[in-house]
Design a protein around this ligand. Sequence first.
Ligand SMILES: Nc1nc2c(c(=O)[nH]1)N[C@H]1C(S)=C(S)[C@@H](COP(=O)(O)O)O[C@H]1N2
Ligand SMILES: [Mo]
Length: 539
Amino acid sequence: MSVRLESPPRPAGVGMTTRASSAWAALAGVVSVTAFLASAEAVAWVTGAGGSPLFGVGSAAIDLAPAAVKNLMVSLFGTGDKVALFVLMGVLLVAITAGAGVLEHRRPPGGKIVFGIGGVVALVAVLTRADSTSLDGAPTAVGTVVSLVVLTALMTRLHRWEASTEPGWAAATVPEPPLRGPGLERRGFLVMAIAVGAASVVVGTGARLVNATRANVGALRDALTLPAPAQAAPAVPAGASLDVEGITPYVTPNADFYRIDTALQVPSIDPAEWSLRIHGLVDREIEISFDELLALPLEEHYATLSCVSNEVGGDLIGTALWLGYPIRALLERAGPQSGADMVLSTSSDGFTAGTPLSVLVDDGTDAILAVGMNGEPLPQQHGFPVRMVVPGLFGYVSATKWVVDLEVTRFADTEGYWTPRGWDALGPVKLESRIDTPKAGASVDAGRVPIAGVAWHPHTGVSGVEVRIDGGAWVAAELAESVSADTWVQWVHRWDATPGDHTVQVRATGADGVTQSETPLPPAPNGAEGWDEHTITVR
Ligand SMILES: Nc1nc2c(c(=O)[nH]1)N[C@H]1C(S)=C(S)[C@@H](COP(=O)(O)O)O[C@H]1N2
Ligand SMILES: [Mo]
């Protein structure tokens, strides 16, 4: 006879209560998943950080999440959406594995089945990542086996502990070795749970740190010296920067540049291994290496990049000096065929953007394959070693970071990443204006107060900005200079503030003569609108 695997409710005071044994079983489940994560990270140390199941599952979740959930995450957490995703995953993981522990205790092998299914799901997620290699399955496979071994061992110890708390335990026949009494059996379970849990935290954290460091291309980036441009950008006119405290700088430092992408783990690409393939509806397929790209006559252009998810008045926008090679020239070499109207760019991690071919081949549009940002190689988060920058288009349809592939194709035949997720196939940046100072809700002293900010309509240009106080008449603001129509422009209105609460509103007019619309529209499907949304109150 062997010990019963199920623990029916017992009268109080006899044996272990159902509640207590469930709690310990739940702990066994959670310890097992920490062992899974730690051993997977340790294996990924050897096989490559791309196989970390945490990132594989998280990335798959991002790609599979319905558009509404994704938009909610971005609107709730903004650029902190990735941290929020990890917290959510952590909470779910604890809940599911605690449940699996309880299930394994009551209805074996239910818990093992949950762990097995979880392992297979994670394996599929990891192996279907665009940049995964066959070795990337190893961490998840090993982790799953380790978690099953740990769960089995902890359950055996838990059952022995329970059996040892029954009256007459010494006479019970359990699988070898014989019971050693409640104290020792209890210790057997707890020592293992604590030891495995602690070892997992130490090994897992250590391996994760090593993997994160190794996935950092900082050293390769530091070793890189970009060539001087064959065609430099015009100098920023002194009149582009107004002397107003709190106004957004004309050029955004790299460290302050907004970051938006679907990459949970920033792709790490060795420039020596990078290449770009241009294919599809072209006369000649082209493949170009990083060295070949740097040997071409590079150009520098100032351009403002913005995100379609930006709310009116939002800060998902920045201006940088980009160094790169015109995409137009590369496409000319490849020779797009008639009938083609889109270039689908793909990143190393599988993100895609569909850009109108007409924009990319247009002489007047400085669409570039960028390698430099504000005088440095691209920061890893901003696409190292190569990304696209297309003035006048939102990032989601044009600014592919870590770009490795350009397919000349047709809008009728394919679509970029965000199009099936509720965003328009075409994404020209809309005319916008923003008040930077004073801040909404700020108190200022009565008297002369500069109201200032930026306005943009990349590639079209801004011809005027107007401000109005308390819903009164629109007054023209002073417009600063800019390098070109491809960047935003600063503006200021010097206001004689009177005591009391006031509302401040701003609207811009584009170089095409069209004034920013009043009616609010949400970011989806093609960019937020409505200056009325950005009304601030100042005291
Ligand atoms: N590989 C890749 N490139 C991408 C994205 C992405 O998710 N993956 N997001 C795009 C979007 S939506 C925007 S707004 C810009 C943002 O570029 P930044 O992070 O350098 O500011 O990158 C674009 N390029
Ligand atoms: Mo974006």
